[in-house]
Design a protein around this ligand. Sequence first.
Ligand SMILES: *Cc1c(COP(=O)(O)O)cnc(C)c1O
Length: 392
Amino acid sequence: MHKLSPQTLAIHSGTKRSQFNEMSEAIFLTQSFKYETAEQAEDLFLNPKEGKFGYSRYENPTVRMFEERIAAIDKTEDAYATATGMAAVHGALFSILKSGDHLVASRALFGSCLYIIEELLPRFGVKITFVNGTDLDDWESAITTNTKVVFLETISNPTLEIIDLAAVSKIAHRKGALVVVDNVFTTPVFSLASSLGADVIIYSATKHIDGQGRCLGGIICGSKEFIKDLILPFMKHTGGSLSPFNAWIMLKSLETINIRCQAQAESSLKIAKTLEKHPKIQKITYPYLKSYPQYLLAKKQMTRGGTVIAIELLGDKQTAFSFINNLKIISISNNLGDSRSMITHPATTTHQRLSVEQKQHLGITDGLVRLSVGLEDVKDLMVDIRRSLATL
Ligand SMILES: *Cc1c(COP(=O)(O)O)cnc(C)c1O
């Protein structure tokens, strides 16, 4: 059979129509669903059925459409949508792990993921080992036959390191561990984590999936069995489910995610290339620049370099603050993947909690800013950046 491309799947898959045969997806803004008879209610509680709904904390038709659409794009068997990206990370890890289990994670993680792994999981008796994500020997020695989960972000935030997902998955699977990937920075567009060996793929839908700065949301993708046996019971009873209204926003957003991400990545590469030799800039990190240390891996693992650029200015914290304060079109905000360009100073915001040593270790210097490139005309963005650099 002819295989549909992700762009087509992002528009059509998962669609469920009511008796009115509406063209665009309906929002089923309802908490619960009416049973015809007491016998039907009894039967549904006893044997949950696909396409039959009881209560929206468990499942909802609009949310289900979003889940099926994401699973189709990501080529996983199933998915479960959550209230936020962090509800997805928390739900995935807490539904898999129990006291005595061992987890290996890369050190360069999103702040809240680090909190769950470093602060919460050990309270419940889970043992943690952190590794340098780009060092395969480090993974090899940390993952043992007792390791239950390997957790990583494929492009790390904010220093944009790439981990060789295929190689890490191979090591993990050889030792019987499950690979859980936070794939936010790579997006569902630039890399198919499932084809590289990831067993569970998590997105903050807040980022590129919405892509227009409106709703929070998250998603856990995996095998049918994993979603049904582990995720559904955990999420159903702990309450981190996605609202149908937010699911509808995400569904509509998926229709344009491909063209949005392609355009944002194209602008990102142009900006990264243009700024690389700028006298006020110490270093530009962007995976599709030839100067990027893991350029070959980036080319192998991703179809584009992503929509985020790390810019290290020549100077200190004050230089970085002046640079971002003098921008006119690019907003100061710590979101990313949005149609509006945004810039942030990680050392004093998203990564403020880290110690001086941890920041140093991760390369989060005072001169570093993280730019999330939006959908504005790239010429206007360049003018904005150049003008601000000139004031330094
Ligand atoms: C934003 C983000 C999250 C958390 O998502 P929320 O929707 O804000 O809860 C998790 N991981 C990464 C890499 C992120 O960028």
